[in-house]
Design a protein around this ligand. Structure first.
Ligand SMILES: N[C@@H](CCC(=O)N[C@@H](CS)C(=O)NCC(=O)O)C(=O)O
Length: 205
């Protein structure tokens, strides 16, 4: 049985999709949450100077996308064939773009520029990405099931944390599109995930 250790800060952000995968797979893992004061020293030992880092039997793997895809492959959450895997990637990349738009806001220090980024996010940028996601969701069984195929995949789990945990960090931003919301709720209500949501550490983001 392989061992899994996921290292990240005490936050959801770039590690939560991997935690969702572990929850759904029923896989034990070490959820190693760093204290801020530990980071400067530990950073020097990280392959890319950043987290998340997943160790499988002690072998390190960095970059959240690589981590998520590796876990999804292992736990059969990466579609049933190459074409479905590509469609799953497409949803995840769409979420990466949405995440980039939001991270520009989180990381901006200049007050005026931050306000402008927020305005753009609320007025155009976020809804553009929500619409892309809706198109992808609706293309599969009218949007009443999963993003890809007829079972849960990495795409659904990634969307579920982005459209809740990440969106909640942007003041005034809400997903209002009924099908996107219904999908997120369906996913979060699966027993393994609703259990994880109840027991996961409460963190601001
Ligand atoms: N491409 C990487 C980006 C990782 C990243 O930006 N990590 C941030 C936290 S979300 C980090 O380690 N920040 C601390 C630092 O760079 O010192 C991924 O997707 O995992």
């Amino acid at each position: 049985m392989p061992t899994y250790k996921l290292t990240y800060f005490n936050a959801k952000a770039r590690a939560e999709t991997a935690r969702f995968i572990f929850a759904v797979a029923g896989q034990e893992y070490e959820d190693n949450r760093l204290k801020r004061e530990e980071w400067p020293e530990l950073k020097k030992t990280m392959p890319f100077g950043q987290v998340p880092l997943l160790e499988i039997d002690g072998k390190p793997l960095a970059h959240s996308g690589a981590i998520n895809r590796t876990l999804a492959r292992r736990f059969k959450l990466y579609g049933d064939n190459e074409s479905e895997a590509a469609e799953i990637d497409q949803v995840c990349e769409c979420l990466v773009d949405l995440g980039l738009a939001m991270r520009n806001y989180f990381h901006e220090k200049d007050v005026a520029r931050k306000e402008n980024i927020l305005k753009e996010l609320l007025e155009t940028e976020a809804s553009k990405h929500f619409k892309f996601l809706l198109n992808l969701l609706e293309a599969n069984y009218g949007g009443n099931g999963f993003y890809v195929g007829n079972r849960l995949s990495l795409a659904d789990l990634d969307a579920a944390t982005y459209l809740t945990d990440m969106v909640a960090r942007v003041p005034g931003l809400k997903v209002t599109e009924p099908k996107l919301l219904a999908h997120v709720n369906r996913i979060l209500e699966t027993p393994a995930l609703s259990q994880w949501l109840k027991k996961r550490p409460q963190t601001p983001f």
